[in-house]
Design a protein around this ligand. Structure first.
Ligand SMILES: C[S@@+](CC[C@H](N)C(=O)[O-])C[C@H]1O[C@@H](n2cnc3c(N)ncnc32)[C@H](O)[C@@H]1O
Length: 311
């Protein structure tokens, strides 16, 4: 599944599937003992999407009940659920902090199946702008409408390709660059070429009034180390093989959706432009949210920095 400059997708295709994978992990975490997040809409999305590799994450009984499955596959699925749980908790706290500081404009870049506008306690007057591919947003709105869900904040959908001129579409939808904003780019940058990532944050910076906040999870140094990439591909192949067996469906190679390119270090880049930056790791988030794990969290996961900053 090769990427091209202007490719686009529906929720069950190409990069769209990654949004379902995240929702599936959030559903599993929400329904587990000692969950660190509560996303009641994650299961709604997964159910509406039908059958696919995401069921390996959302239906933990599938793996538990099948004794043929390699233990390494179970470990990788567990890691993925933990990773998405920590990531979700990190961004939830980021937005709650921004709202508490008085920010009332929120821009979710690559919103996918993020349901924060429907589930976080936003103060009155908050507007959440959601940007993603047209068919992804269409699936999301239709599913939530059919479920009878009502957003807590006002939601503005902006169907757009984030490699194109999204700032114009955002401002046409009512975004006011003279007011502070909380921006998130969660689970996005690996799916953008390095140059498109630079342009994305240049635009965010240009549209950020004082008092703005931004957060993103980005590849940390060593992310594209060939040995680590080889090991991760091998483990993902194990999950795909298991999924093909359990679900009887075509399973795409997600790693081919990434742009495995060296990138600008976001934390340093923001710091140089006067943002007050903090950065943390998956392991530190496991400690912060009290999750004990049986694997080596740094070497098992893709090296990631969780960056948040205030201007
Ligand atoms: C891994 S999912 C993350 C979704 C969401 N942020 C979350 O954490 O639940 C990646 C999302 O990025 C979106 N995306 C990736 N590249 C994009 C682009 N060029 N334009 C618009 N959306 C894009 C995909 O459609 C998908 O919804």
């Amino acid at each position: 599944m090769t990427r091209t400059d202007n490719d686009s997708w529906a929720i069950t295709e190409s990069v769209g599937v990654t949004a379902l994978g995240v929702a599936a992990a959030r559903a599993a975490e929400t329904e587990s003992d000692n969950a660190v997040i509560n996303d009641p809409f994650a299961r709604v999305f997964v159910d509406a999407a039908g059958v696919g590799i995401w069921n390996v994450y959302s239906n933990t009984a599938l793996l538990a009940d099948n004794t043929d499955i390699e233990p390494s596959v179970r470990d990788r699925v567990r890691l993925m659920i933990d990773f998405m749980a920590m990531r979700t908790a990190f961004f939830d706290d980021f937005f709650l902090g921004a709202a508490a500081s008085g920010v009332r404009q929120v821009v979710i870049l690559a919103s996918g199946l993020d349901s924060r506008a429907w589930r976080l306690p936003w103060p009155d007057g908050t507007v959440v702008y959601e940007l993603d591919q047209p068919k992804v947003l269409e699936f999301k709105s239709t599913t939530l409408r059919e479920h009878g869900a009502h957003p807590i904040a006002r939601v503005e959908n902006i169907p757009v390709d984030l490699r194109q001129d999204w700032p114009m579409a955002l401002q046409q939808a009512g975004f006011d660059p003279s007011q502070p904003c909380a921006w998130s780019a969660e689970g996005l940058v690996r799916y953008l070429p390095a140059r498109a990532q630079d342009l994305l944050f240049e635009r965010v910076h240009a549209l950020s009034a004082p008092g703005s906040w931004v957060a993103s999870n980005v590849p940390a140094s060593g992310s594209f180390d060939p040995e680590g990439v080889r090991r991760m591909r091998e483990e993902m192949q194990g999950v795909r093989d298991a999924a093909a067996k359990l679900i009887d469906t075509d399973v795409p190679e997600f790693e081919d959706l990434w742009y495995a390119e060296e990138r600008t270090a976001l934390a340093e880049w923001l710091d140089e432009r006067g943002w007050e930056v903090s950065a943390t790791t998956f392991t530190e988030l496991l400690t912060r949210y009290g999750r004990e794990v049986s694997y080596d969290s740094e070497s098992a996961s893709m090296p990631t920095q969780f960056v948040s900053a205030r201007r």
